[in-house]
Design a protein around this ligand. Structure first.
Ligand SMILES: NC(=O)c1ccc[n+]([C@@H]2O[C@H](COP(=O)([O-])OP(=O)(O)OC[C@H]3O[C@@H](n4cnc5c(N)ncnc54)[C@H](OP(=O)(O)O)[C@@H]3O)[C@@H](O)[C@H]2O)c1
Length: 415
């Protein structure tokens, strides 16, 4: 397939990669993703006194989403002082959102009666982008204005809702320049998966151009982001996916990841096969280009098998547990190979490094604008004011089942 260098000027990653001087261009390929939701003005349900009619997918108790989620309707009074009213544009359904509803995620949502219920409820969802539709004087003085786009500063705000009342402490402003040419879905999905991939590639070991990393869950949002960032920075990747019963589908999936910049794509079965060491030698020029970083969101055998391919003194970062299996580490890897095992949680990182989060988000959006960071495949779940509770809950459930074609994202239309 034809290659085309899209960007003559490298955009350097923030923090540890500032010394890079050259980048490998990405091949321009047909987009993997579905259509973008353009930012379009929407009719709003506003009462005569300026009260905003809002709907929120909420839960009062922890449990499985279909059992505990309900659509709560309430109104939001006109904002004053330090308050702003947000209208959501796009909010993804991430695995952590589900874990949070189930009560098994370390960051807990805020249960409150402030939305007009007798008993405390929490609004589901942690990531998203919203537009400021009204704001009090104090927020104006802080530099916000109507029409600004904001993303959530941290987890637990509740983003699966049409509208919300917030303060500047809850949100991060996307400056006009950062948002230019960016769709709501791109802005609404930038702060968790791409940031996670970005930080894990940057902060544990300084990989030099031409060096390798290996990852499982390569078809996930984080995995796809890691492939593209690595390619942009001149790094090489071995990518492990779950095999498919349908081999044509598996080949298509492999090709899709190669198209966005993966160097090698294998299934977890291939990773655990006998010949894997020889294969790895072949990819890495007889081992002269060491694999020095592993990114793991699966655990179980695929995580241990990846660790076995690492060069001595390498780093192995765990950031998820999709297989629900424990991580098992042979002692020899610590004693004789000095492999360093780490964990990473983007929520904690963002809390500790708010300015770096802003820079990381802006950098990914810049790469997106320049065509060097493609969207992951999405399934747009349209949310109108009239959309029924059962359809929204069904959409959440649907994203949990089987081998999905793309990440579910609520795209708010006429709300
Ligand atoms: N620590 C952090 O800061 C952080 C931040 C973001 C995400 N995460 C974690 O990273 C992981 C990926 O999140 P995401 O939002 O990028 O995911 P996503 O886009 O929603 O995709 C989910 C991925 O998980 C894979 N998967 C599902 N069940 C699996 C199983 N039983 N065994 C192996 N793989 C399985 C899927 O594989 P197929 O492609 O084969 O369907 C898919 O690639 C999750 O565990 C999430 O909690 C952690």
């Amino acid at each position: 397939m034809a290659s085309k260098c899209l960007s003559p000027v490298p955009i350097l990653p923030v923090l540890s990669r500032s010394s890079r001087t050259s980048l490998q261009c990405l091949r321009k390929r047909p987009m993997q993703a579905l259509s973008h939701a353009a930012a379009q003005p929407q009719r709003r349900h506003v009462s005569v006194y300026g009260y905003e009619q809002a709907k929120a997918l909420s839960f009062a108790n922890y449990g499985d989403p279909p059992e505990v989620l309900f659509l709560h309707k309430h109104s939001i009074s006109p904002p004053h002082g330090e308050l702003m009213t947000l209208r959501f544009l796009a909010s993804p359904i991430n695995p952590a959102d589900i874990n949070q509803i189930q009560g098994v995620y370390p960051s807990k949502p805020t249960f409150t009666t402030s939305l007009g219920t007798a008993h405390p409820i929490a609004v589901a969802g942690n990531e998203g982008v919203a537009e400021i539709i009204a704001l009090g004087d104090k927020v104006k003085n802080e530099g916000f204005k109507r029409g600004d786009w904001v993303i959530m500063k941290g987890p637990g705000f509740g983003t699966w809702r049409t509208h919300a009342s917030a303060t500047s402490k809850d949100v991060l402003l996307l400056e006009d320049a950062a948002r230019e040419g960016i769709t709501p879905i791109q802005a609404g999905t930038v702060s968790i998966n791409p940031c996670t991939a970005y930080r894990m590639l940057s902060d544990f070991v300084k990989l030099e151009e031409g060096e390798w990393f290996i990852q499982n869950g390569a078809n996930s949002g984080v995995g796809r982001a890691a492939i593209q960032l690595a390619k942009n920075w001149g790094l090489k990747s071995v990518n492990v996916i779950r095999g498919r019963e349908d081999k044509d589908e598996e080949e298509e999936l492999k090709k899709g990841l190669l198209d966005i910049g993966a160097d090698v794509v294998i299934t977890d079965e291939e990773l655990q096969s006998q010949g894997i060491k020889d294969m790895a030698e072949e990819w890495t020029n007889g081992g002269r280009e060491p694999i020095r970083l592993a990114l793991n969101c699966v655990n179980g055998k695929p995580a241990t098998a990846m660790a076995k391919l690492l060069a001595p003194h390498s780093h192995h970062v765990t950031y998820g547990a999709m297989s629900k299996q424990p991580l098992t580490i042979p002692a020899s890897m610590l004693i004789f190979k000095d492999i360093h095992f780490h964990g990473f949680w983007v929520s904690k990182w963002a809390e500790w490094h708010p300015q770096e989060k802003k820079k990381t988000v802006e950098h990914v959006l810049e790469l997106t604008r320049r065509g060097e960071f493609k969207d992951m495949p999405f399934e747009e779940l349209e949310w109108e004011y009239e959309t029924k509770e059962k359809d929204l809950v069904q959409a959440v459930q649907g994203t949990l089942e089987g081998y999905r074609k793309g990440k579910g994202v609520f795209v708010f239309k006429k709300t």
